[in-house]
Design a protein around this ligand. Structure first.
Ligand SMILES: O=C(O)CCC(=O)C(=O)O
Length: 271
């Protein structure tokens, strides 16, 4: 695993809110990741996340319009909680350190992982922010996105609005049908052009959860699979949003409480 983060990458990430790391996985590691994700998704049998009784593609109360959203991608969350191989990959201290180096924090906790599988002819992923969905409000939270297939301009690679993370906030427009809905909230950012992030399978990107990003539609008859994980700083506190937490977990939290339950949000790296 190419887990060394250079000063130039940190600078690019801090300025633009994303960075692409080519050849993150070796060919052998890529096969392990692909196999682990295939196994973990199959084991779920359509169950979207361990904490809630909903099926992938059903309305999760987060993104409206299940018919459209169900065709953006198959989305399976917290596979690390149900598959030991994924747990080993997602809790890798080396990834925790990469996240800490980019974000500039002391300790990295998992928020949630997700497999995002664009099927043939999938809808585009509308421009959106990640952090406003989450149960803590922290400007430095970020995600890794690992390409399990070549992600191309044709099959739905990621796109970013560079530097947008410096001007966005915690209002959530969700991921709807209208690509441009986010610009109703941030009209000034409409004038910045996007940057495409095509990646070879085994490459990855990191993006800040407040960077406006999206992905194209899948105009091909093949799959575009990605394994992603959102990471949060150790010390983040509950903001009152349920997101992926279970009813029971939310009932135990008050706004301002530390989110530090290692069974749900393991600390995977500490300086
Ligand atoms: O893979 C996609 O289509 C979108 C990914 C995304 O929004 C994310 O990883 O935050």
């Amino acid at each position: 695993m190419n887990s060394l983060i250079t000063e130039a990458q940190i600078q690019h990430y801090r300025e633009n809110g994303f960075v692409v790391i080519d050849n993150f996985l070796s060919p052998g590691e890529l096969i392990n990741w692909q196999d682990a994700v295939t196994e973990a998704v199959r084991e779920r049998n359509g169950k979207k996340m361990p904490s809630k009784d909903i099926k992938q593609g059903e309305n999760d109360g987060i993104n409206e319009d299940e018919e459209y959203f169900g065709k953006v991608f198959d989305q399976l969350l917290n596979l690390w909680q149900t598959n030991e191989k994924i747990k080993k990959l997602m809790t890798d201290e080396k990834i925790g350190k990469m996240a800490a180096d980019l974000a500039g924090w002391e300790g990295t906790r998992i928020w949630h992982d997700q497999a995002l599988i664009k099927k043939p002819w999938a809808n585009p992923t509308a421009w959106h922010l990640d952090t406003p969905f989450w149960s803590f409000s922290d400007r430095s939270a970020l995600s890794i996105w690992v390409a399990l297939d070549d992600a191309t301009l044709e099959n739905g690679c990621l796109y970013f609005i560079p530097g947008s993370c410096h001007q966005t906030g915690f209002e959530n427009v969700g991921i709807g049908k209208n690509m441009d809905a986010i610009f109703d909230v941030y009209p000034a950012l409409k004038n910045i052009n996007s940057v495409a992030a095509p990646m070879k399978a085994g490459s990855c990107s990191f993006h800040n959860g407040l960077t406006i990003h999206g992905a194209g539609s899948n105009m091909t008859n093949g799959f575009r699979r990605a394994m992603t994980c959102a990471y949060m700083p150790d010390g983040a506190v509950f903001n009152g949003k349920q997101n992926i937490l279970s009813d029971e977990q939310v009932s135990r939290l008050k706004i301002g409480d530390l989110i530090n339950d290692d069974r749900q949000n393991p600390l995977i790296y500490k300086r």
